[in-house]
Design a protein around this ligand. Structure first.
Ligand code: FAD
Length: 285
């Protein structure tokens, strides 16, 4: 954890682009509660294969312009051409965006062509070759190993490719076992990876949704957490109280051992992230 302890802490919130005007209003209310915490940045996800290209852009701009907080649109490269990525980078640059979360993404169902990029390291290299150091580039990493990786070691080496291509920092997939993060960071140090690796935090509010997400992205819900959440059934209040306890404790342990901040997957809702934030006594970051 030595390399991580030297970095200043960065707190951030992730949102997805709303599909309807009602959802956009909900996001504005969420921002009304989270922006006063003064996160270092907010990020906005990018739909598989560019399906939210315009919405991601509009949402990122609206957040940046209305809150004054730096906004980092995510950009995934699978099924994209170099020219289409070039156009997006140019649009971001000309509208004052300086931070990107660069990803490979997952192939959307029904889409057959993988496009001109195979992996996220190629996207990072392309962003650097097209725009130099204009953008701060975040990339994804996986303390519990990406589900398609051949092995933990090869996944780690593939993460290093993104760092070598010019990534400035990384955000992890969410996890509930802090030891997975500590070991991952130590393994990164061993390989000479020296950028901030910020834990991604998924608050717990809804067990069936969390179980579905976790199956898809390869995040492990430890048995003792699963069993308790299952036992609560439809009792949302108990799920939230237990979830808050578990997630706040996780965050506390991460920060105490030197994690350089936290990135909250808010799912466009303020309360669960806010509760964790307050339980940690973070005040205005
Ligand atoms: P990569 O780093 O390219 O890795 C993908 C897989 O390929 C891994 O198994 C890796 O080990 C392997 N690999 C990498 N490079 C090589 C290589 N050169 N040779 C052989 N194998 C290689 N998805 C979205 O669609 N939109 C989003 O907005 C979004 N935001 C995310 C934000 C965060 C913080 C995280 C953690 C994930 C996010 N995702 C998002 C999910 C992400 O797109 C998927 O996890 C995707 O499957 C992998 O993306 P990546 O950028 O990590 O890919």
């Amino acid at each position: 954890m030595k390399t991580q302890q030297k970095y200043p802490r960065v707190f951030s919130f992730e949102f997805f682009p709303p599909k309807t005007e009602e959802a956009a209003e909900n996001l504005r209310r969420t921002l009304g509660k989270l922006a006063p915490l003064k996160p270092r940045f907010c990020s906005v996800t990018f739909g598989a294969g560019g399906s939210t290209r315009e919405k991601t852009f509009e949402t990122a701009l609206e957040i940046q312009q209305t809150t004054g907080i730096e906004c980092a649109p995510h950009l995934s490269c699978i099924a994209s051409t170099r020219q289409s990525i070039r156009e997006i980078l140019e649009a971001y640059r000309s509208h004052g965006i300086r931070h990107i979360v660069a990803l490979r993404g997952d192939m959307p169902s029904g889409m057959l062509s993988a496009g001109e990029f195979r992996y996220a390291n190629e996207l990072v290299a392309f962003i650097r070759s097209e725009t130099g150091n204009h953008f701060h580039i975040d990339v994804a990493c996986y303390p519990e190993v990406h589900p398609q990786a051949a092995s933990a070691e090869s996944d780690l080496k593939n993460f290093k490719r993104k760092v070598d291509a010019g990534a400035d920092s990384a955000i992890t997939q969410y996890f509930y076992n802090p030891e997975a993060y500590f070991r991952f960071v130590d393994d990164c140090e061993r390989l000479g990876i020296d950028i901030p690796i910020v834990p991604g935090i998924m608050p717990i509010t809804n067990y069936s949704q969390l179980a579905r997400f976790s199956d898809m992205c390869g995040a492990d819900i430890p048995r003792w957490i699963r069993k308790r959440l299952e036992a609560f059934g439809d009792d949302r209040k108990s799920i939230r109280a237990f979830g808050l306890d578990v997630v706040a404790d996780l965050c506390r342990r991460l920060l105490e051992r030197g994690a350089p901040g936290l990135h909250f997957y808010t799912l466009n809702r303020a309360d669960a992230s806010l509760d964790v934030w307050n339980a940690l006594g973070l005040g205005s970051a």
